[in-house]
Design a protein around this ligand. Structure first.
Ligand code: MG
Length: 254
């Protein structure tokens, strides 16, 4: 690895190969969770499934014990944006469920999230989910060597606000590698041409958090769960990517 200024760490090709394996395993696990999540299940049961899938693949859960987080995954329902703690909550038809997971493979972290709607939901809910995914993919597409973080941030913001949705400010994407959170921060809002320059070897977790209403969020009494202040629905998608000379490579694609 090479440590650049501002603490940004560039990974070697060998390190990116390990990150690639970490990301592929995480994508497999998230695909299982996405397939199995449904009405009648508790969020705690989904976490137990995640733990079995993680252990079966001989990787470690990245979130369990992180600053005391008690579970393998975050499950955030409806107006919850991120960091929901799995437990006794029963999922119902019409719920909007964000599942955020991370694993460690040979010391390398990957981090990814998806949002799914259970059963039939209104058109604006489908549009919320589709827009959040689009914003992530659009941001990734501009994460090329020579671009700046602000180019990624501004692209994500434009896609989200273009659909009339809100961009959460308080929580942002991040560098990733031997730590879950590395430099630089990757906001989902910003100005083109500003921020650190992207170079081959940089690995990022890009993760737009989007609200139907206002973007203000608050922390719950459990000290973890982040919800919208106005009670509006939220969605969250995330991929871990590596920048190569040829452009962005999504490490957590299914
Ligand atoms: Mg993340």
């Amino acid at each position: 690895m090479v440590v650049e200024h501002h603490g940004i760490i560039l990974k070697s090709k060998h390190e990116i190969a390990l990150m690639r394996t970490s990301g592929r395993i995480l994508a497999e696990i998230l695909a299982v969770l996405q397939e199995k999540v449904g009405p009648g299940m508790t969020t705690g049961e989904l976490d137990a499934l995640a733990e079995r899938e993680i252990r079966a693949r001989k990787v470690k859960p990245a979130f369990k014990g992180y600053r005391g987080f008690p579970a393998c995954i975050c499950v955030s329902v409806n107006d919850e944006v991120v960091h929901g703690i799995p437990g006794s909550r029963v999922l119902h038809d019409g719920d909007v469920v964000s599942i955020d997971a991370g694993v460690i493979y040979q010391g390398f972290y990957s981090d990814a999230a998806v949002t799914v709607a259970l059963g039939a939901v209104a058109e604006d809910v489908q549009r919320l989910i589709a827009t959040t995914r689009d914003a992530l993919l659009s941001g990734i597409a501009v994460a090329r060597p020579g671009s700046r973080i602000g180019d990624v941030s501004a692209t994500i913001q434009r896609v989200i606000e273009g659909q009339g949705f809100g961009v959460v400010r308080k929580y942002v994407g991040h560098g990733i590698g031997r730590q879950l959170h590395e430099e630089p921060a990757v906001p989902n809002f910003g100005t083109p041409g500003l921020g650190p320059v992207l170079r081959p070897g940089l690995c990022l977790a890009i993760e737009p958090m989007v609200t139907v209403g206002d973007w203000q969020v608050r922390e719950g009494a459990d000290g973890w769960t982040i919800s919208t202040v106005d009670g509006s629905l939220a969605a969250h998608f995330e991929h871990t990517i590596a920048l190569t000379e040829n452009g962005p490579e999504v490490l957590t694609a299914g």
